[in-house]
Write a protein that binds this ligand. Sequence first.
Ligand SMILES: Cc1cc2nc3c(=O)[nH]c(=O)nc-3n(C[C@H](O)[C@H](O)[C@H](O)COP(=O)(O)OP(=O)(O)OC[C@H]3O[C@@H](n4cnc5c(N)ncnc54)[C@H](O)[C@@H]3O)c2cc1C
Length: 565
Amino acid sequence: MVSHDLLIVGGGLAGLAAALSADPKLDVAVVSKVHPIRSHSVAAQGGINAALANNPKAKDDTWQKHAYDTIKGSDFLADQDSAELLCQEAIPAMYELDHWGMPFSRFPGGVIAQRPFGGAGYPRTCYAADRTGQVLLHTLYEQCVRKKITFYNEWLVTGLVVRDGVCLGLVAYDLNTGKIQPMKARAVVFGTGGYGRVYKLSTNAYINLGSGIGMAYRAGVAIKDLEFVQFHPTSLIGKNILITEAARGEGGYLVNNQGRRFMEDYAPKAMELAPRDITSRAIQMEINKGNGFNDQYVHLDLRHLGREKIHKLLPGIQEVCIHFGGFDPVDKPIPIQPAQHYSMGGIDVDNAGASSIAGFFAAGECACVSVHGANRLGGNSLLDGVVFGKLAGRAASAYIKGSSGKTNADQALTADSEAYVAKVKELRSREKGENVYKLLNDLKELMSENVGIYRKQRPLEVALEGIKALREGYKEVGLHGASDRYSQELITLIEFDYMLDIAEVIVLGALTRTETRGSHYRTDFPVRNDDDWLKHTLMSWTDKGPKISYRPVVIDKYKLEARKY
Ligand SMILES: Cc1cc2nc3c(=O)[nH]c(=O)nc-3n(C[C@H](O)[C@H](O)[C@H](O)COP(=O)(O)OP(=O)(O)OC[C@H]3O[C@@H](n4cnc5c(N)ncnc54)[C@H](O)[C@@H]3O)c2cc1C
């Protein structure tokens, strides 16, 4: 049986940060369904936040001001101790990356360059042109190779193995051999990323199906605040490829069909650099009011920045427009619409990434500490992965050292693995069977139509009923392809099961939360209600459906206020 001290699932930023911070004396391995540098983190564009105070306009920036912006941006749902930890740790994390050779863009004199981003009081987003995620992920991967970390690439984890509240390891599907088998570990860290492809219009990679969140939920860990789904304001119409916030940070304008910078009606001070929830709603409202183009999009205009600046600071965006839009943003405005982008909620963990299951930790987009509350600021997610990935790796190592290591895990691991093999065999034996891709498309349509930027009771109920029907459909699903090796159908089939749980938890949370906060805008409850709803939603799996409970938000320093930008 495959066996390691520490198994980390996910080769994105969070997973690799955990691997690098784990105790080098331990036997550590990373499991990823794609090669690590194909993880979704590679697509991150605009930058990563830290109050380095390098920008001439940010000389008096501090981590406390970064924490305040993060908490205000979160619509006061972030736990304030966690947000402070994130922002404090951001500064040494940037220098560590720098020393590892991360090729940041630089200001004259050689210090790390920093640009303005939405909802930030100072220009504090460090970047590498508009390919920050790519160089960041490559830097971490290089360090993992240097440290000789073991990788299981193209292994899809199908479930956690837990007995008596203790995590014993995993079951995984090795895509290359087609075999499903157990993987034993004394601790497991999940850095399995977001669930963007539960939605039809999403900036996320097609691999972002979110199964890790579903596995933790089924294993008994609560899922926190999943109703808070971030819609990014600017995705290229038709393809929904992200057009980074840095395009507005560098001075881009949002313009409606009358040629007006309409953000003056919604956020007169911050304008295009209001937080994402506010900007996405403003764009959608303009489209709904008939001020968009073809009732579908508005313009992001970069033309006044000039060819040189666009080419130097936003080369990736220029290429995306040329190759996927057929135009150069130097000459034409970019047609954009909001699209699902990020999950504020996730696996319920503490500041060390520890969950309610002993030996099971999580970090990055799949986890909810919570530092983003009801709305994440741009540039804080890469940071979340780097900082909390590192803390989770350390905490998992400490857990392993403190535990005896004498578990009788083999029987449980073998039993769970054999049960999964039997399940796949049974699916294959079905003569006919529902097509999982059809179900997946139906789910995406359902979520995009009913659980979007603006929410209301009836559409949310429709979504819940739709998910129920899709669950019935899933019971009839079949496996049509003949081969077990690299079976995309099998991968989708395994992950779709968990996607149904995720969708249900999002919708139920949204339906239950009868207020408006951050990204969660209820047209039938359009006001923030701190008296009743200043609390985290926790959902736990039961065989009768999700069980809801709540937890107070940690508020220790920053006073509640109305969010004005
Ligand atoms: C287009 C785009 C641009 C962005 N730009 C920025 C930005 O500029 N700044 C910023 O702060 N944030 C940005 N974000 C958000 C940020 O990139 C992500 O939140 C972050 O990279 C997530 O990192 P992660 O390590 O948690 O997950 P990921 O990078 O998504 O990695 C998940 C890993 O888990 C593995 N995995 C998942 N499920 C399984 C399974 N069942 N079995 C085995 N392996 C599994 C995958 O193979 C992958 O290796 C952007 C997001 C998008 C969509």
